[in-house]
Design a binder for this molecule. Sequence first.
Ligand code: CAA
Length: 257
Amino acid sequence: METKELIVERKGAVAVLTLNRPEVLNALSDSLVEAVVSEMERLDKEEGVRAVVLTGGSKVFAAGADIKGMADATSQEMQKSDRLAKWERMRKISKPIVAAVSGFALGGGCEMAMSCDMIVASENAVFGQPEILIGVIPGAGGTQRLTRAIGKYRAMEFVLSGRRFSAQQALEWGLVNHVVPNELVVEEAVSLAEEIASRPPIAVRLAKEAVNWAVDVELGEGLVKERQHFYKLFDTEDQKEGMKAFLEKRKPVFKGK
Ligand code: CAA
């Protein structure tokens, strides 16, 4: 669902989605979030696509949910429309998503990056949950995902004060995977996505699900579920090919079957 606000490109097996509202620093309007989520849902079903990169380009990732679109809303209207519920659909995407973050990733921007599976940040990336400064709190996962990613005490500081933190801090605390020069951020994210896209896709899907269990379920349950996924993969042609190729000392050819 390419719109003016969302540019969709293909680089081989990788789809690149670019937020495109530069005049408002990619503020995430309802329609932009809907475009992102529904495009990801569509790509999740498209066979040729094996990984997705989400970016705001080289200047800004996103400065948050669109404040203009909600400034005058009442609590009743917000609850009735439950506009942030659509963000949760990103959790159901089974293909890996890499965020390429440059510049501001604030509020909903930080939350959208954290809704991805991996984050490549540029040296000038700035993260934060500044909602407290405008009288609210994060509403699209910020209190939950930031806390899980960087720990309770750090998250408490940033969510309650509205302070920002740098790409380097995010790297030290485990929120981002890599920090790279600004001009390379999309390239690096695509390169990571391409590498993952070359792996057997059923195993990649099950691996993503299993890693998420480490965050979402109790350890004993996670271990049982992981083991079941491991056994399940012995029904795939790619497992047979992968192990056979190893034994024959050649490169495997994965078919996604
Ligand atoms: N919503 C709507 N418009 C926004 C916006 C947002 N979140 N962020 C920036 N803009 C607009 C500005 O209004 C401005 O538009 P005009 O030129 O028409 O005035 C334009 O983008 C450029 O912004 P600035 O002039 O403010 O740029 P700056 O470089 O001086 O500052 C900034 C950049 C620090 C990011 C600043 O724009 C800012 O603080 N933005 C708001 C950040 C924020 O509070 N985000 C949280 C939103 S609430 C949320 O996300 C809830 C949730 O959990 C889902």
